[in-house]
Ligand binder design. Structure first.
Ligand code: SF4
Length: 330
């Protein structure tokens, strides 16, 4: 089995009490069945507290949120379960966060979630360096082999181009047109060829003036977790600015979402999600790392929001291709 690991993955260390946000804020943590059973069987005051806090829903057990945070989060920023029972007593979500694992059977891709501030710092300051490891075992790939071959080849081709691209808006415009060519290959057409110069010329012909305020309004119709995000959306867009860290943000998005198109053959929707995410970060005033982390918390960690944007890629007028190209190029 092949293991694909970004270089920063093994450098991640939770900064715990020094964390400016914490994964224990705002989220109702899903507690896996084995951990929930263990917590409910604990004797003493901690057991009593956990029995009060664990709440069964039709989708599983969740930890109740109190005052906007997990009640196990202590004043010193540490987790009470970890402090009293050890790391192995944490539920699966808390043990693994922010580590990501996409298992395709014969290969596994590891990554970090941008919604963790320390992971965001690493992701937004690290070159796209990947290590490959071959491990014994694994299964047969549970996917369409031809489609996966196309997706893996095209992803690496685009990332190689992106790593040397000097103008991010131009690279994003090239990305959109390339995605249509790769989509055509996925749908049985000719092999896609990345030709940035030609794509850029085509994109410049298609581009029509877009409106970031309309995209902000669309995001305002999605589920909102924090008051901070609501305020940002209601405040509307600032002038677009292209912080160099957005290139690393785009790399992270492409690594995370591109291959997922093997599940439903929708690459264009995912690429439009990536482009829209870059435009949003470019149009939000403030520190890019904090904004990226908040974006991830609000959007990536809410599957309903991700689905709404993938759907919006085809239905939402503000996300029309020609308008996205206009925002990038005009
Ligand atoms: S968000 Fe990240 S750095 Fe902060 S407490 Fe959680 S895992 Fe640690």
């Amino acid at each position: 089995m092949e293991l694909i690991i970004p270089e920063y993955y093994n450098r991640f260390r939770c900064i715990a009490a020094a964390c400016p946000d914490s994964c224990c804020k705002e989220w109702a943590v899903d507690v896996d069945a084995a951990s929930a059973a263990r917590y409910r069987a604990l004797p003493g005051e901690l057991g009593d507290r956990l029995r009060d806090l664990l709440h069964d829903t039709p989708d599983g057990t969740v930890m109740t949120i109190e005052n906007g945070r997990c009640p196990m989060w202590r004043e010193d920023g540490l987790c009470r379960i970890q402090a009293e029972l050890g790391h192995d007593a944490l539920c699966q979500v808390c043990q693994t966060f922010p580590r990501l694992r996409h298992d395709y059977g014969d290969f596994v891709e590891l990554g970090l979630e941008l919604s963790c501030p320390e992971a965001a710092r690493l992701i937004l300051t690290s070159e796209d360096t990947i290590t490959l490891q071959t491990l014994p075992g694994g299964e047969d790939g549970d996917y369409d082999t031809d489609a996966m071959h196309t997706l893996r080849r095209s992803r690496e081709e685009f990332l190689a181009y992106l790593s040397t691209a000097e103008n991010l808006p131009n690279a994003l415009a090239v990305l959109l047109l390339y995605a249509y060519d790769v989509q055509s290959e996925l749908d049985g057409g000719e092999a896609a060829i990345l030709d940035p110069q030609h794509s850029l010329e085509q994109a410049q012909k298609f581009a029509k003036p877009g409106n970031m305020a309309d995209i902000f309004r669309f995001f305002g119709t999605l589920e909102i977790l924090t008051p901070q995000w609501k305020t940002i959306l209601e405040g509307g867009p600032a002038l677009l600015r292209w912080d160099p860290r957005l290139k690393y943000f785009l790399t992270y998005l492409i690594r995370r979402y591109w291959l997922q198109a093997v599940s439903d053959y929708d690459l264009v929707g995912r690429v439009k999600f990536c482009i829209t995410a870059c435009l949003m970060l470019g149009a939000i005033a403030g520190d890019t790392q904090e904004t990226a982390q908040l974006f991830s918390k609000e959007i990536e960690n809410d599957p309903d929001n991700v689905d709404a944007i993938l759907d919006g890629a085809y239905r939402e007028p503000a996300l029309a291709d020609i308008l996205l190209l206009g925002l990038l190029l005009l």
